[in-house]
Each structure stands twice: as C-alpha cells, then as structure tokens.
Design a protein around this ligand. Sequence first.
Ligand code: 5AD
Ligand code: SF4
Length: 458
Amino acid sequence: MQQPRKLYVKSFGCQMNVYDSQRMADTLAREGFTETQDPAEADLVILNTCHIREKAAEKVYSELGRLRKAKQEAGADTLVAVAGCVAQAEGAEIMRRAPVVDLVVGPQSYHRLPELLRAAGKGERVVDTAFPVEDKFDHLPAPSRAATRARGPAAFLTVQEGCDKFCTFCVVPYTRGAEVSRPAGKILAEAERLVGQGVRELTLIGQNVNAYHGEGPDGRPWSLARLMGALAGIDGLARLRYTTSHPRDMGADLIAAHRDLPQLMPYLHLPVQSGSDKVLDLMNRGHSRQTYLDLVRDLRAARRDLALSSDFIVGFPGESDADFEATLELVREVGFAGAYAFKYSPRPGTPAAGHGSQVPEDVKSERLKALQKLLEASKAAFDKSLQGKTLEILLEKSGRYPGQLIGRSPYLQSVVVTDPPAAIGDLLAVTITEVGPNSLAGRAPAPALSRPLAAMEA
Ligand code: 5AD
Ligand code: SF4
C-alpha cells in the first residue's frame, strides 16, 4: 500500500494546461496522491506554467518565491515541480534561479512523472524536457469516475498538440513543438468513457485544433469536422466545442459542421490578432483582414446565431496609429461577443522580438485601453441582446446561495439559476432575466400547462 500523499496543482495559461494538470493528477492518483486546494498541506506542489507572454512566465518565479518562503517557515519537505511551457523553454534557468525546485518536467514527459518523482524524492534535482517519440497519451491513465464527477459535466479533451504556423510573435511552435494529432479512435474511446462517467459537454482542445488531421479508424486522416461528426453520434453527449482555431484552417467542411451538427455550440473563438493587413503580414498570420471577414460571413451564413470571440495583440513592432485604427474598425464590423487583448510581449528567440521598430510601452498601454473599452462595449451589447431570451443552460455547479445552480449558456456565459427544477449535469431551458458584467441570471420558465393555457389563448 502506498502512503496517502497530497498533491496541489496550479495551472497557468490556457485550457491545454488545465487538461494536462488533470492528466497529471490522474497519473499521480495511482501513486497514492489525492488532490488538495491548499498548498500548505501538500507533499507535492506542481506549477503548470505558461510561457506565452513575459508576464505569464514571471508569475512562475514569484510563485516559486512564495513557495520557498512558505517551505522555509514550515520547515516542510514538500517537493516542488515545475511543468508546462516555462519548464520546456527554460528548464535549466529555473533550476539556477529557483533552488526550491526539485523537478522540471516538460509537457511531453508527464507520463514519466512517477519515476521522475522517485528520483526527486531521493534528493536528485531532475530535469526532463525531452520530446520523446512515444505518444504520452498512451501512457497517461484515464480519470476515475470520482475524478470526472468532481470536475463537472463539461470536460476538455486534447485532440492535437503543437503548432507549425510560426506566427512571428509566438513561442508555442518552440515550446510545444510541431503539430501532432491524436488518432481519432483514441479520442472517440476517451470521449465515450467520459460521457459514460456523466460528462455532457466536450471541448476539443489543441494549440491549433482545427489543423487536426488524426488517423481515422479507416486508416485515412480525419479532419476536425469528420471527428466531430463521429463524436456527435455518442449517446448522451449533448454539446461540443473546439478551441483554439486558426483562420487559415477553417475549411469548408468545418464551416458546414456548424450548420449540420446541432451539438456544436454556436460560439467560436477565432483569433484575428490585428485588423491591419500590414501587421497581419508582419505577424506571418497567412490570412488577410478580408479573408477573416469572409470567414465570419460564411460562418454566420452556416449558423445564424453564431457568436465569435477573438484574441488581439496591440503594439506589435511596426504597428502605426492607422494600423491600430484598422483593428478597432474590424472590431466594430464583426461585433465580438467576447475577446482577449494583449500588449505585444517580445519573446526571446521569436522573429518579432528582434524587429527594429518596437512600439513604446506607453503607446501600447494606450492602445490596449482603447481596444479593451471597445471590446467590453461589444461584449456588453451581445450580453444585453440575450435579455428575455430563453437559452439552453448546462448546469455545472452549485451557486453561492442555497438553491442556486450555475450553468453555462451556449455562448459560454455563466448563468445563475435559482431553484431550477433540475440538477447538475442537466440541460435546462432558462429565460434570461438579468444581465450583469460577469454573469447572467435566469429562471426556468414555469412548466407548460398546455391545455388550459392553449384554451385561453384560442
Ligand atoms: N505577446 C502578446 N500576446 C501574445 N500572444 C501570443 N504570443 C504573444 C506575445 N508574444 C497572444 C495571442 C494568442 C494568445 C493565446 O496569446 O493573441 O492568440
Ligand atoms: Fe502561436 Fe500562431 Fe501557432 Fe497560435 S497559430 S500557437 S499564435 S504560432
């Protein structure tokens, strides 16, 4: 029997890290680790890190500083591991800068965690950031029914990793490596298992998810649309989503899937980054402002109620006032339901970091403020348009007050429902009664009393 030990995992960054953190927890559950939300009582702390912007990477070092202090004060022998993209990119640097770290493990080596931990437990400082040839997913165990239940009815499923696009600002192709798609059969099996454990909604994830081209059971490459068509056939799977997509890989069959698959939610995260053709070119995005707008038109033609979200970078090297204005204009034209905007952050080793015409910090800040203001107004207008509408909500967890449940709309908004005639994991038609800045509130319409009411209306 293994001695019971406690694990605290903190995820930074994107959904890929959330998924990976869960897989690490599943792997370590077999080694006798149970999860805790309190780092102070943990025998093992894992920071699953993000390297996408400098601020994200710096957060890791501050967190490590806090851990070192806490560890010294408690005189504890907690093991500290750094995983994720900072681990991959700066493994040796972490070891040098942060003596508190016992183990550095890159995203392709999570299946090796048990043996790496054993070495670290013996006092070795271990770094594993190799890109092994074997498929880590073959070695990462499935979650237990209890773990899936605890994570709720909406789950992530990684279908693809890595990126070959080499946008000139981005570290992902270096930290996560080339695009690799998992075979469709393995994804279908994982999805069926999750649905069997009570999952109702799956978000297929990948750094470049719509570049998916995994081998199908017929031996041929399947597109993401084909994969989702097969997943839609799983009994009990009510909702499908996918993220993050690149405009270049939005093929005709994927657009058609938005028309043909009722399970596919009408909400798409489609980063555009900039509205200026000059900047898009400098970013090596491989699409223009017009091709993006054409895509939006085609998607909305396929699914009338489709809402879009996006990512934007302001202050990319060479971005002029006019370029920035073109971004604002694109936002006005598309009308996004949500979006993330970032100041350009030069990442060592990426082409744009060495570009001569870096934009001054104060200009970046001004532009970010202006863009965020516009995006917030755009989001608020979208939210407001739902007032009084009835939406299907997937109930995910308990709310703050007794009787309240919190669910998600098709557009990923949090919706607070009081005294719903349903339970967590159910889909419920909810009429939106209140629109707040961070969430919506609604109530289930009174059960239909069809006969007497129909008689009255007649
Ligand atoms: N600086 C600022 N934002 C960046 N992103 C990626 N790299 C950088 C960078 N160097 C943003 C992009 C991407 C999102 C995940 O992060 O908008 O879509
Ligand atoms: Fe980075 Fe561009 Fe690849 Fe997205 S598509 S991960 S922004 S290189």
